[in-house]
Write a protein that binds this ligand. Sequence first.
Ligand code: AMP
Length: 446
Amino acid sequence: MPFKALGLHPLILQAIQETGYTEPTPIQAAAIPEVIQGRDMIGIAQTGTGKTAAFTLPLLHRLHSSSPSRKQATRTLVLAPTRELVVQIEENVRTYAKHVPIQITKVFGGVSERPQIQALRSGAEMVIATPGRLLDLMSQRCADFSQLEHLVLDEADRMLDMGFLPAIRRVVNALPKKRQTLLFSATLSKEIESLTHEFQSNPKTIQIGRRSNPAETVTQLVYEVPRHLKTALLCHLLNDPAMDMVLVFTRTKHGADRVARKLESIGIKTGTLHANRSQNQRLRALSDFRSGATRILIATDIAARGIDVDGISHVVNLDFPPQVEDYVHRIGRTGRANAIGDAISFICQDDYGALRSLERFIGRGIVRKKADGFDYTVAEPPVSLEEQRRGPRTQGGRRFQGGQNTTQGGGQRRPNPEGRSAHRSSSGGSRDTRNPRGQHPSGRGR
Ligand code: AMP
């Protein structure tokens, strides 16, 4: 089906064509006509299958095709969980809106408020924001959403989990009741879905594939390894030149720094992305990774959602993800837009239960692999004085720091990607040519 058949404005079709997209993805083909009609919608499709364009293209069409009831008013608000995702969505929207005169602005923390305040006061038609900074500016009365027509929650299940929900409720309470509300994600538990009636009226659910499925183009592997040998195994695997663009996830910010230092010490250019870094450092780390200036990016779950970097060959879960949904999102950073990629997870003894839960969730077993030529028998080094001071290791080397230390299931508190406290109620091989699509909207690529 051509894009032309979806009813989009010719100026938007022109931008799509210039972007190099030849036909809509399944979620786009299904969602765009419904959004154009003004329906509330829940859109669920696998990672990397074009969800951003599925909501931004028809919303741009709606903004361009009807006049605002008042000039210079914010008509569309898109909320996303991380600053990086806000930046990325805005880049995409600007590309698609190239030929239509629509003011777009982004609002997120860690950078100066002033330009954001000015843009909000001047009534940018489309605002793309993280909830925290937006609420700050709303409480300073910088934003007027009285004319708002469309609200989007991207990564909807993340936005409606307990970490973000109070903030989302406060934002939504300040919006007109009569509006179109769109929720998009690759994963959405029934539990979270039951919350959506609070924000939407009679939504249409469009689901492409199973809602817990990782992208089919990602090959998944598990390496069992003693905890103290994880970094050594990563270094060993990185000898494979096929691992040329690798995103590594760690559980903690300090863990990310530690692994990055190790890789740098053996001459591997490495960046880090986590909440202890300044916003400029975060954006720089991402752009260096995108451009190929660094081969490895080590990140916490800040980078798990939505981030679209062309050509990631491998995702490595150095630490097993805390929630099954996080796994699906993390490995979805590779295998995007029909490219292929590998996802490698390191498993220690105390991850077995979490691995079993994951395999149940995704409905299949994950292949176990052993690295050729790697010495799994190296003994754990003796505990240093510093470590002794910090307390005993658990069985797998992880320390208890008070509270629960489980990686599974319901009810534990955990930090969300922006570092707030959250409470969830739900629960190297070689590769070939990756990216069959044309030019990327923001000119990304290696
Ligand atoms: P998203 O899931 O929105 O992050 O998109 C994943 C990737 O697919 C991005 O790099 C998009 O630029 C790309 N993409 C989105 N729509 C299409 C399309 N219709 N044809 C080819 N690539 C697309």
